[in-house]
Design a protein around this ligand. Structure first.
Ligand code: HMG
Ligand code: MG
Length: 308
């Protein structure tokens, strides 16, 4: 029997402190956020999206971004990144010494408007000075493409149209593009179509990150479909905390522990310690005062699996 070859290694980007906590009703104290991020860094995650330098009127939950960055100790193995929507956000990020930022747009106009009060074209224009400042400062840039698989306002999304915007993000100077299933409607066949369209548009697999939300329980299946196609970079959120306040019906991100359990089972190396991620999730669960949904977070790895 021939076995399917999976990539030998995968990159896991932790987005819980940003994508997760932006969607919580409660504003988590900065100290608890800092402990969460520190715990995740100790687990060996190569990148943690710590917060957003967006308008605090739009996302009050992350209004303490400066204070949070001030509290973090440097971790040699971990990049602490942040979302920036415009030049003002970039100035704030640079003042905090941030070494990687993420700009964000969407595949659909309605979502872009609700999320950033701007058309897709206008968001791309806003990014030009952000990217110029990043280049001058040697800061890496991720470009997010939301609603790549479906939109809460416009319904199904044409894969080729989404891929064109992804390509524009790279053309503007983004180092990588994170392709978002913002409302968790993708299934593996649709993911394959999306990946085909991205390749046809000239978006290489090694500059593509997949950002799955697990709203309908298909995120892990979508990861597997992506691995089979040779994609090896995924966003996830510890404990499954997360969502998006401007996307009605958006559930949490794929849980980091669930992703790690799948990857470990397939023999795909990540360098991340699953038990330490669970510890960090326990801390933020206590701070939030509500049960987090991540399955492997709750159940633990199989009793006979090596606990690393
Ligand atoms: P606006 O209201 O059109 O812009 O917002 P504005 O320039 O008129 O500014 C309004 C106020 O915000 C002003 O203050 C500005 O100074 C201030 P006022 O004069 O009223 O006192 N302001 C700022 N303050 C701090 N930092 C800044 C900043 N910029 C303006 N950077 C804006 C436009 C883009 C700012 C706003 O729409 C915004 O902040 N949106 C962010 C929304 C957001 O964070 N959404 C969630 C992230 S995206 C996501 O979750 C999807 C993702 O996970 C992938 C996926 O799942 O699909 C990434
Ligand atoms: Mg998201």
């Amino acid at each position: 029997m021939t076995r399917r070859a999976y990539p030998p290694r995968a990159v896991v980007t932790e987005v819980g402190p940003r994508d997760g906590l932006q969607n919580e009703k409660e504003v988590v104290p900065t100290e608890a956020k800092a402990a969460f991020v520190e715990g995740l860094a100790e687990a060996g995650l190569p990148e943690i999206e710590v917060s957003s330098f967006v308008s605090p009127k739009w996302v009050p939950q992350l209004g303490d971004a400066e204070e949070l960055f001030r509290r973090l100790r440097p971790h040699p193995r971990t990049v602490f990144s942040a979302l920036v929507p415009n030049e003002r956000g970039m100035e704030r990020a640079l003042a905090c010494g941030v070494r990687k930022v993420a700009v964000f747009t969407a595949a659909t106009e309605s979502f872009s408007r609700r999320n950033t009060n701007a058309s897709v074209e206008e968001t791309l224009e806003r990014f030009r000075p952000v990217l110029a400042a990043a280049r001058a400062a040697g800061v890496a840039v991720r470009g997010y493409l939301s609603t790549a698989f479906g939109c809460p306002f416009e319904g199904p999304v044409d894969p080729a149209a989404a891929a064109r915007v992804a390509r524009e993000l790279l053309d503007l100077g983004c180092d990588e593009v994170s392709v978002g299933d913002t409302i968790g409607v993708a299934t593996p066949g649709r993911v394959r179509e999306g990946l085909d369209a991205l390749r046809e548009a000239g978006v290489p697999a090694d500059r593509t990150v997949l950002h799955f939300h697990d709203t309908r329980g298909t995120a892990l299946a979508n990861v597997l479909a992506s691995l089979v196609e040779g994609y090896a970079s995924f966003d996830s959120s510890a404990g499954g905390v997360g969502g998006c306040p401007y996307a009605p019906g958006a559930g949490g991100n794929l849980a980091t522990e669930d992703l790690l359990f799948l990857l470990e089972g397939l023999g795909v190396e990540t360098g991340v310690d699953l038990e330490k991620v669970r510890n960090a999730s326990r801390g933020i669960e206590a701070a939030l005062g509500r049960q987090l949904p991540g399955k492997v977070f709750r159940a633990g790895p199989a009793p006979w699996a090596p606990v690393r």
